[in-house]
Design a binder for this molecule. Structure first.
Ligand code: PLP
Length: 386
């Protein structure tokens, strides 16, 4: 039996294009077949009898789905609303957080590019200072180093910290519990950007005690594309601005809380949200610990093989405290876009190659459908192309 045999049954649950080595679940995570089927069942109900779906079934299904998600992410369901993705959630926070002229927002230099744009616009609109950027140390060796770097960038005018739970360009897990505690002790609110977290890491939002949490369910959790959530701590109820003001709830029901505003925001296909419980059940069937262990071991294997190939050291130590199902390794300098293109056109490998901090990096995502062979193919291709 090879190292991958025992997970073969789970691999078969995806119908990825044959011949493609897909190592970019972190950007776009395809849902497994049972999730696709469950979504189609909801869509069939919607298309066959829209009146029945929207007027009689939808709200209750939305609440049930949210209950299942709330239990999965350790939140009181009243503090959660479905949104299409983490980007939508972050926009809601930026439109709602009470920034005043002179206030400051602090982000780290590992934040996702679109998130930086969202906060630059929000700060400008509010007449606040341009967001400050905390530069984290490279390499990162300890939690204290991260905390020192972040809080060295804050001032007495800092109102909000925006920090990734797992970073996008560098795939590292930041010590968010300690960040939130220290920020709160200084009177600073925290918005965590966590689209890579649901499923990849255990999440307990109520004990994390952040002010806002933005996430996508269509990455590691494998729910349909167009499913994500926003968590808002109860003290902000009344301040949240829905991006699309509509009925909120279907008449005869009236809007009671901020999250009600997100149930009905005009006619559209909301079935991705209703399918989230099936994605949770799918990964629970695999076993969440087993899933995390398997994908971390694969990411670790990718990291070791890439370090052997390039001689370059990653920016965090080799520990599951610092990375989960994605491995990020610096590459020799060169054209990132061209290398990514060549990996695809010449080797049918999908993997992001990025430029960050003036260096070229590779980020390898490992999900249940990936095998050691995928990593070996990548390393062979890179050996030829680098
Ligand atoms: C850290 C981080 N934030 C936000 C996003 C945006 O996620 P989405 O496209 O699902 O809105 C991403 C996407 O990869 C990300 O990595």
């Amino acid at each position: 039996m090879t190292r991958d045999d025992d997970l073969e049954l789970w691999n078969e649950q995806w119908d990825l294009s044959p011949g493609v080595t897909y190592l970019n679940h972190g950007s776009f995570g395809p849902p497994p077949k049972p999730v696709q089927t469950a979504r189609r069942v909801w869509q069939d109900r919607l298309y066959r009898q829209p009146m029945d779906f929207f007027m009689r079934k939808y709200e209750e299904a939305w609440f049930q789905s949210r209950r299942s998600l709330a239990e999965f992410v350790g939140a009181d369901e009243r503090n959660l609303a479905f949104v299409e993705n983490a980007t939508a959630a972050m926009n809601v926070v930026a439109d709602s957080f009470p920034l005043r002229p002179g206030d400051e927002v602090v982000l780290t230099d590992h934040e996702y590019g679109a998130v930086r744009r969202i906060w630059a616009r929000a700060a400008k609109r509010a007449g606040a200072a341009e967001p400050r950027v905390a530069r984290l140390p490279l390499p990162i060796e300890s939690t204290d180093q991260v905390l020192d770097a972040i809080f060295a960038a804050t001032t007495d005018r800092t109102r909000l910290l925006v920090v990734s739970h797992i970073t996008s360009p560098t795939a590292i897990t930041l010590p968010v519990q300690q960040i939130v505690a220290q920020a709160h002790s200084r009177g600073i609110a925290v918005c965590l950007d966590g689209p890579h977290v649901p499923a990849q890491l255990p999440l307990d939002l109520e004990s994390l005690e952040c002010d806002f949490y933005c996430a996508s369910c269509h990455k590691w959790l494998c729910a349909p594309f167009g499913s994500g959530f926003l968590y808002v701590a109860p003290q902000y109820d009344g301040q949240i601005q829905p991006p699309l003001l509509s009925w909120g709830r279907l008449p005869e029901n009236s809007v009671q809380t901020w999250s009600d505003e997100f149930i009905w925001s005009g006619t559209r296909d909301p079935t991705a949200y209703l399918t989230v419980p099936v994605a949770i059940a799918f990964l629970r069937d695999v076993g969440l610990e087993r899933f995390r262990d398997r994908t971390h071991q694969l990411a670790k294997y990718a990291r070791h093989r890439l370090v052997d190939l390039t001689g370059n050291e990653p920016i965090v130590t080799d520990s599951s405290e610092w990375y989960g199902s994605m491995a990020q390794v610096p590459l020799p300098s060169g054209d990132a876009a061209m290398l990514q293109r060549q990996l695809w056109t010449e080797h049918a490998i999908e993997v992001p190659i990025i430029t960050w901090d003036d260096r070229r990096w590779i980020r390898v995502s490992c999900h249940l459908y990936n095998t050691h062979k995928d990593i070996d193919l990548l390393v062979d291709a890179l050996r030829r192309l680098l």
